[in-house]
Design a protein around this ligand. Structure first.
Ligand code: 13P
Length: 249
């Protein structure tokens, strides 16, 4: 059985105090979300405080990124070991905003994946095509190449832990969601190529959808056989919306 997961990527939003308030409210309401795993990914500055607020609940903590190196003279970077030290168990990697605005390449992401595994962090690894890729019907190729260049380098044990997030770039923060059919089609494609590489283990890999997911569309998206939950941006900043999404299975 695959785990159902709803993860909130807060991106660069909230003060520490607001983040604590939001985390406490999610922890309180997580009693209503059954078996679904809830994950919160606040900014680095909030991690230890959010960890305190979710302690004892079923909510888990994630970072939004980690350094590609272990430690040392890398001004402004945060090591995977430091993230693990806050109590975080997950780390988002390869988000399209990092690829686009910070020039993250597949080579960088391979180093970051290694850092996560070396420090016991579970990667939530993002893939997804841009609008022009979809319009030129190249979306399957783009996603396949992203996976081949990164996730395919993992060993079986590492692969067994990863969470994949399919986030079509054209749907992120745009209010434009992939249709339920588009999401299922891509998720099934991702699972098929992961199965070709890693075998039946890919049956157990949670594949999350991300991109303008909200309480109104989550049910239709999550009803698909290969959609195991969501990676939520904007709607994760509102506790009622986030919990409504988490109860949309
Ligand atoms: P939105 O839900 O705001 O579109 O963001 C999705 C996302 O990028 C989550 O990582």
């Amino acid at each position: 059985m695959r785990k159902k997961i709803v993860a909130g990527n807060w991106k660069m939003n909230t003060t520490v105090a607001k983040g604590e308030e939001l985390a406490a409210a999610v922890a309180e309401k997580s009693k209503e979300t059954g078996e679904t795993l809830l994950v919160l990914a606040p900014p680095f500055t909030h991690l230890t405080k959010v960890a305190d607020k979710i302690k004892g609940s079923q909510v888990q903590l994630s970072a939004q990124n980690c350094a590609a190196e272990t430690s040392g003279a890398y001004t402004g970077e945060v090591a995977a070991s430091m993230i693990a030290d806050t109590g975080a168990k997950y780390c988002i990697l390869g988000h399209s905003e990092r690829r686009e605005y910070y020039g993250e390449t597949d080579a960088t992401l391979n180093k970051k994946l290694e850092q996560c595994y070396a420090n016991g962090l579970i990667p939530i690894f993002c893939v997804g095509e841009k609008l022009n890729d979809r319009e030129s019907e190249n979306h399957f190729n783009v996603v396949k190449t992203q996976l081949e260049n990164t996730v395919f380098n993992l060993n079986d044990e590492q692969f067994g832990k990863i969470i994949i997030a399919y986030e079509p770039v054209w749907a992120i923060g745009t209010g434009k969601t992939a249709s339920s059919e588009q999401a299922q089609e891509m998720h099934a494609f991702i699972r098929r190529i992961l199965t070709e590489k890693f075998g039946a283990k890919a049956d157990c890999t949670s594949i999350l959808y991300g991109g303008s997911c909200n309480p109104s569309n989550a049910k239709a998206l999550f009803a698909n056989k290969d959609v195991d939950g969501g990676l939520i941006g904007g709607a994760s900043l509102k506790v009622d919306d986030f919990i409504a999404i988490a109860t949309s299975f």
